[in-house]
Structures are given as C-alpha cells and as structure tokens.
Design a protein around this ligand. Structure first.
Ligand code: WTA
Length: 702
C-alpha cells in the first residue's frame, strides 16, 4: 500500500484531497488581433464583479435582456438555498432570443443547419424565418395540445432546426421543456417523461448519424410504455419528419396517439402568438443529469437569471458578437447545447450553427470543410472530440482552411498535450482558447480565462468567472489555503443567476446533494453560510488558476457525458442470473473514462457469453449506447468489506492496472487476487502513482 493511500485511509478521508502530481505549464498569450475586437477587455471587470458589489454586479447581465416588467430586487436570499434572482421582474425568453432582434437583424441568419449527408447544402434560417416557425409551432402547442405556462413537455429530438424551434415555441408560452438527449434510449426518455409529468412527447421520425438514417420513432413507443407503466399517461406523440411530407421511420404509427407535426402545422400557417410575460423565477426548462443514486435529477432552470447568465457569459467568455458565425459542436440535448447553442448565442443575435451528425463523418476533415464553407470564426467542442480528431488526422487541421479567432473546450479536463494540439493545429496559433468548467446544475460557465484579459495555461480551466467566488474545502470542512496547489472539493461560496432552482419535484434532494455537506448554519439566510458543492475535485495554483481533477462521486464522465455508475449497475441487475453488479471508471485515451462492469452470478447461471450480451443489451435499452461497458468481468464474488459492502475502489484499481492497496482487512481478500489475475493477467500490480485522482479515489464514499 502506498503511503498516500494509507494516510488517506487513516484519516478516514476520501476524494481528491491527496496531493496531485502536476507540472506547471507555460502560459500562452491571447493574440493582439483578438484583444482589439473583444467584447470584454476592461480589467476593471474583476473589481466590478467583486464581492463588494455582489449581487448588484449581475445587473450588468440582466441588462442585456429585454424585461417586460423591470425587476427591482436582484437577489432574494429569504429561503436558502432556494435563491431568487430578479424575482419581481417579468420577461419572455423567446422574445429575447427572437422577436427583439427583428428590428436590426430580421434577415440575418439566426441558425444554420448542416445535415450529415454532405451533398445536402446547409440551410440558413433568418431571424424572421425563425420567428415565423416558432410562432406557428407555439400556436400548435397552445391550440392543438392545449399546453399553457407551467406545463411540462418532453422533447426527444435529434440535432435539426426542429429542436430549437420547439424549445423556443415552448418558451414563448412559458411551457417548461425537458429535452432528452437523442442518443438516450426509449426507456430513459420514458423515465424522464414520468418524472416531469409530461402528457406530450415531441420526437422525430429519423436522423442521420455516421452515414445511417436512424429510426428514432421506435424509441417513442418504448418511452410511452415506460412512462405509462410508471403511472404517467402520454396523450399524444408529436413527430417531426426529417424530410417533411415523407415518413422516414419504418415503425408503425399508433392510431389516435401519433401525429405528424409537419402536417398539423399547415393549420397554423401564418399564426402569431404573443410571447407570455413570465415571472423571472418561472422555470424555463428541465435538464436531467446523473447523480449518485440511480435516479436522474431534473435540474430545473429559471427564466430570468438563467437567460441573463448565459447571455452575459456568451458575450464575455465566448466573445460572441452578432457578426460572428459561431459553431458549438455539442448536442443540444446536453446543457452545453441549451446554454451555448440556443439560449446564449440567440440572446445576443448571433448566428449559431447546428450540425446533425458525427464530426468525423465521412472523414476527420469534415469540421474544417463546414467551418470554411460557413465562415465559422468561433468554435466550441469537447476534449474527447479534440482527442479523436487528433488520433485520426494529426496533421490535417493545419492543412485545412478553417480560421478561428476563438475556441472553447468543455466537459472534461483536457490534458496539456491535447490542448497544445488544439491550439497549434486547429487554431493555427491564431485563436484564443477558453477551457470552461461548469455543470448542468450551474447553467453556465464557472471557471475560465477571460479571453482577452488572461493568459491561457494548458490543462487549467483558469480563474473563476466574474461574480463567482470559489473555495476549496478539505474533508473536514476546513478551507484549503488559496493558491496552495492542494486538492479538495471545489465549492462556490455565493449564489449566481445561472444556478439551478431545485431538482424537479425533490427540494430535499437538492439541498442534500449540493448544500448539506458544507452548510455552516441551516437557519441562516446569509448566502455566505451556503456554499454550493460541485462534486468535483480541484486545486488552485499560485496564480489563482483552477485545475479540475474530476468527479468525487459515483459519476463518470464518458466523452464529456455524465453517467451515473448506479444507473448502469441498475441496468445490469435487471438481467436474470446477475446477482451483484459494480461499475467502475477506466481511463480511455479518447473518451476520457469508460465504464467497466463487474458482475457475480446466482447459482445455475446459464451461458456466460449469453449473459454478457444480455448485459450489453440492458445498458443499451435502459440508458443508451453511450453507457455500453468497455468490458464485462464475470467474477466468482465481489471484494467486500466485513460489513458486506462491495469495494468498488479495489475493482477500479484492477481495471486500471493499478495497485489495489491493502486488502487484508476485507472479508474475502483471496478473491482480489483471483480477479486481478483474471483482469490484469501477467501485468498485475502496477504502481498507482500516476493514477488520476478520480480513479484512485473512486468508491471511497461507499
Ligand atoms: C466535468 C457539462 C474539467 C466536471 C458542462 C463536471 C470539466 C462535469 C470541465 C459536469 C472542464 C466539465 N474541465 N472537467 N472544463 N467541464 N467538467 O453536467 O466533472 O454534463 O462536474 O456539464 O463535467 O458535466 P455536465
């Protein structure tokens, strides 16, 4: 057992408190050409958004919006941690993203859709056309479905223009949209329909992915069945056709339940719907995310604070101007797409690109052809995409015609080597990079460099954003000295407008998950007593830059997508013959982390290969293909403590070829060696010195 793990165990501590092996990287300066045109180059911003001016500093973001009724109070802390932002103000998110731009930008492209088949020309949709489509869809939702402000509706849509049109149509009416990532299975979608209490499911017949026209409609049938079994009746399934007038799905329509949106819309041609003035605190949308338990959390985001925060950060950190062509390659089904494809950019009258397919289809130079054709100058993607593009075509981007002024990375830590490749090859040393750290819960960015003001440091997200005051706590709640380079749990000391309101229908879980651990006084209405716990390990270097080390809970980050290990375990346990299941993260060169599954079987289990394929199918069906295990290990027994708890930490070490530490106190130490031989073979017991912290500490909370 290494000294480090021994001392961590002796102090009863866990998570990322152990010192990190980390080398300081050299800085890169933002190019002068960028600084000259930047939205934010005034160094006073940090003072303006300093604690002395909190919370009024956030008026600056709120003032980027049109309010139908002005707010008077910025922050109401009356019922912590249920903060209220701009609470007596009223506004409409759709008006702010569409209508108000018509004066100046009526015929400027709001969205440009790029379909995966490369022979199809891109489709530019002007603000005027977006306005028309959104109004017609809003009329349909209101008059055909009878939806009104406060109702929830589940969307399970792929990456086409129909998705932002539907979201904005909901927002126009104050209907709360809950978009489920298109790649999630029908069952996941059904679970979210039930949790949100949606009576309508809005889906699509098909979409292109990696050269195939995928049948998406089939998932709707499973979703409806799952929701109904859980007690939520779905009245209608509304279907957008990938090719209007043509049915692209082989799955049969269900009489009386399924309707084609493109047909229905003809009845609403030319209709206009007044945007409904919503209270700033009215929920705008739900975005489900994985957490520690098997049940996904419906992160509920408010209208006013959220929109103000994503508009402000899109302007200052993404540096979006109306003249820019901005392309974020994420999926709108994740928070990144909501905040930084749809709401933030459109609030600023930007031109935002929506690409349907895989970045590497038909080859790894597709993104650069798209960027050149559309004149994209701001590019936004994940470390996984950067790593995949690098592996496929390391020299390609430098020889390709893209020319960016600004590039973003989001969703996972990016290793300095991949960062430098992104900078030199894709950015050609001309683009500023922001490494943005944030979460579904936080609505928008928390840490990043300000692109024209701060030097970039590969591998570090950067300082906190204006108006965000982080703190790192150790296990015992003591503050880790600032700039000390010691790791701990990163928290945000203050509320900010983008923070979620609650977990849909579960206030207690909201408090318990994010605030319980470090709350100093539950009776206090002073925000200073309520730090928000992000669930990530982090350290702050001397220069004030934060380096994010990864999750400290049971969440694993696969290609920047959050998956709950407990959700995967539940899927495995639905397979007959599986008695116990444990899921652990494994380091993957491209995807960051991937799940490995360990199962033990009941007596009389059948054919092992058959069981493995049923486990894979269960993960595909219950969650989606992104949750597919890398490997499934069928073990004679799980390593357990004397009290019978599965030691996931030991399994994580084995899967990653690392030292398992001292296992003599386990109830069944022999099984560890047996599993180790099975999984690691001859290479057993490498040192754990260079293990990433999230893996080294995985399962310590069990
Ligand atoms: C991780 C995605 C390092 C982190 C916006 C966080 C990051 C989780 C970064 C949230 C980054 C996100 N550097 N890690 N720049 N950005 N993460 O909710 O672990 O899908 O807690 O939101 O991704 O994932 P989520």
């Amino acid at each position: 057992m290494s000294d480090k793990s021994r001392s961590a165990e002796q102090s009863g501590s866990s998570e990322a408190q152990i010192a990190v092996h980390w080398k300081e990287e050299k800085y890169f300066k933002p190019p002068q050409s960028f600084i000259e045109q930047a939205n934010l180059s005034d160094p006073d911003v940090r003072e303006r958004f300093g604690e002395r001016n909190f919370p009024d500093c956030f008026r600056e973001y709120a003032d980027l919006l049109d309010w139908s009724k002005p707010y008077t109070e910025v922050l109401d802390t009356g019922k912590p941690p249920f903060w209220k932002w701009f609470a007596d103000g009223e506004l409409n998110a759709c008006h702010n993203c569409v209508d108000r731009h018509l004066g100046k930008y009526r015929n400027k492209a709001a969205l440009i859709f790029v379909s995966e088949p490369e022979d199809d020309a891109p489709v530019a949709m002007t603000y005027q056309e977006l306005y028309v489509r959104v109004n017609e869809m809003a009329a349909l939702l209101r008059d055909y479905c009878g939806l009104k402000a406060g109702d929830r509706v589940t969307l399970h849509l792929p990456m086409t223009l129909d998705l932002p049109i539907t979201m904005l149509a909901c927002a126009r009416l104050g209907v709360v949209h809950s978009q489920v990532f298109g790649g999630f299975s029908g069952q996941s979608c059904g679970q979210r329909i039930e949790d949100s209490g949606s009576r309508y499911l809005i889906t699509a017949d098909a979409y292109w992915r990696s050269g195939k026209l995928i049948d998406h409609k089939e998932k709707a049938d499973i979703a409806v069945k799952t929701a109904e079994e859980a007690g939520q009746k779905v009245d209608k399934v509304l279907i957008w056709q990938r090719y209007p007038g043509k049915n692209s799905s082989p799955t049969a329509m269900v009489e009386g339940r399924d309707v084609i949106i493109n047909d229905l819309l003809k009845d609403y041609a030319g209709q206009r719907v007044e945007p409904v003035a919503m209270n700033a605190e009215a929920p705008l949308f739900l975005m489900y995310s994985s957490g520690t338990t098997g049940k996904p959390k419906g992160c509920q985001h408010r209208t006013g604070g959220y929109l103000a925060y994503v508009a402000g950060t899109s302007k200052y950190i993404e540096d979006i101007h109306p003249e820019d062509t901005y392309w974020c390659m994420a999926d709108i089904g994740w928070i990144t797409g909501h905040s930084y494809i749809v709401y933030g950019p459109l609030a600023l009258a930007a031109t935002s690109v929506i690409y349907e397919g895989t970045p590497t289809f038909p080859d790894a130079r597709r993104p650069w052809r798209i960027a050149e054709r559309l004149g994209v100058n701001i590019f936004h993607t994940s470390p996984t995409a950067v790593r995949a593009l690098r592996r496929l075509d390391p020299e390609g981007p430098a020889q390709s015609p893209q020319q960016f002024k600004h590039m973003t990375t989001v969703g996972e830590p990016i290793e300095p080597e991949a960062w430098r490749w992104y900078y030199h090859q894709i950015g050609k040393d001309q683009a500023v990079i922001v490494d943005t750290w944030w979460q579904t819960e936080t609505g928008g960015f928390l840490c990043s460099t300000i692109p024209a003001l701060d030097d970039m440091k590969p591998g570090s997200a950067g300082p906190a954003l204006p108006g965000i005051y982080p703190v790192i706590f150790d296990e015992n709640g003591a503050e880790v000295a600032r700039g000390s380079g010691r790791a701990g749990n990163i928290c945000i000391r203050n509320p900010w407008p983008g923070i979620m309101q609650t977990i849909w229908g579960d206030d207690q879980r909201f408090v318990d998950t994010y605030y319980k651990r470090y709350c100093r006084n539950t009776d206090s209405t002073d925000w200073r007593d309520w730090p928000y716990m992000a669930g990530d390990g982090a350290m702050q270097a001397e220069d004030g830059y934060y380096r994010i080390l990864g999750r400290v809970d049971d969440v694993i980050n696969v290609s920047g997508h959050r998956l709950g290990t407990k959700e995967i375990e539940s899927a495995c346990l639905t397979v007959a013959d599986v008695a116990e299941a444990a899921v652990v993260p494994v380091v993957d060169e491209i995807k960051g982390r991937v799940p490995d599954v360990y199962v033990s079987l009941g007596s009389d289990a059948g054919d092992l290969e058959d069981i493995k394929s049923r486990i894979i199918k269960a993960c595909d069906d219950m969650i989606g293909k992104i949750a597919r295990p890398r490997q499934i290990h069928i073990v004679p027994d799980m390593p357990k403590t004397r009290s019978g708890k599965i030691m996931r930490r030991v399994l994580a070490a084995i899967s990653n070829g690392a030292d398992t530490g001292d296992v003599t106190t386990l109830a069944n130490p022999d099984v560890v060696e047996e599993i180790q031989n099975m999984v690691q073979g001859e290479n057993a017991s490498k040192s754990s010195a260079d293990m990433p912290d999230d893996i080294r500490n995985f399962g310590n909370n069990d």
